[in-house]
Design a protein around this ligand. Structure first.
Ligand code: GTP
Ligand code: MG
Length: 231
């Protein structure tokens, strides 16, 4: 596989400018290489998505309630891959991108309660073909801005015609309350220029994350008092 990026000479490009620098004479080849590069991530994502769908359906039938509220898989766009490569000082070559950027395939699993986050994470990672590579527990240790979620990097085998590829997938697990906060904080602030948002408002966003965490505790207690612990 050729390095589409080198042919385009985008090593000097700014993030997000890929589309404007396409060379018409090699465009088709570059596009094919990029699709080939992204293909295994698409398959890895489909594999994990199927596993989550199976868990959700099976748990619904087990009678103790489905702990999964919703699931959103996403493939990182070429523009986001390029932007992250620039941030990491990672050369724009497929081998480097493959080894340095571990969230090209990502899936977010939104659960009802905090305990469900860990239950679902365990159910997924104890499957023999799921290899847990990294755990970042931002629920046990929230980020300074209040961000909470459980992040896993797992590798899943994808069976191609002539080889097996261990595809990394970033799995983000969080509660509905954590998701509510993170989605809106993303719009309001995340990755924006810190100088634009005054410290008072940043503190208020952090306080809102703590409100959401209290709501999680309260809703889980209410659920337990009414239904008993999940089996
Ligand atoms: P990225 O370069 O953003 O992928 O970060 P990273 O590779 O250092 O990993 P990290 O675990 O910090 O974050 C991965 C992903 O979690 C991000 O892409 C976001 O989707 C989410 N995330 C992390 N921190 C925050 C945050 O403070 N606010 C929000 N809204 N989302 C966050
Ligand atoms: Mg990311």
């Amino acid at each position: 596989m050729t390095d589409f990026v080198e042919k385009r000479d985008v090593t000097t490009d700014q993030p997000g400018q890929l589309a404007r620098r396409v060379h018409p004479e090699t465009w088709h080849e570059q596009w094919t290489d990029l699709n080939h590069f992204l293909m295994v991530y698409k398959f890895g994502l489909a594999e994990i998505n199927t596993k989550i769908t199976i868990l959700a359906e099976e748990l619904t039938h087990r009678g103790s309630g489905n702990p999964i509220e919703h699931v959103s898989p996403r493939l990182k766009s070429p523009a986001s891959i390029t932007a992250k490569a620039h941030r990491l000082n990672c050369p724009l070559h497929f081998d480097d991108l493959r080894s340095r950027i571990r969230d090209i395939a990502g899936i977010r699993i939104v659960c009802s309660f905090v305990s469900d986050v860990y239950t679902v994470a365990n159910m997924l990672t104890r499957q023999p073909d799921v290899n847990l590579v990294v755990t970042k527990d931002y629920i046990a240790r929230p980020k300074p801005n209040g961000y909470r979620s459980l992040h896993l990097i797992v590798e899943i085998p994808v069976f191609m015609s002539d080889r097996v590829v261990a595809v990394p997938v970033e799995v983000q697990l969080r509660t509905v309350a954590m998701d509510f906060w993170a989605s809106l904080e993303h719009k309001i602030y995340y990755k924006h220029d810190p100088d634009v948002v005054p410290p008072r408002l940043r503190d208020e966003l952090t306080a809102a994350a703590e409100d959401a965490a209290r709501l999680d505790v309260r809703m889980e207690r209410l659920h337990r008092e009414i239904h008993g612990p999940r089996r």
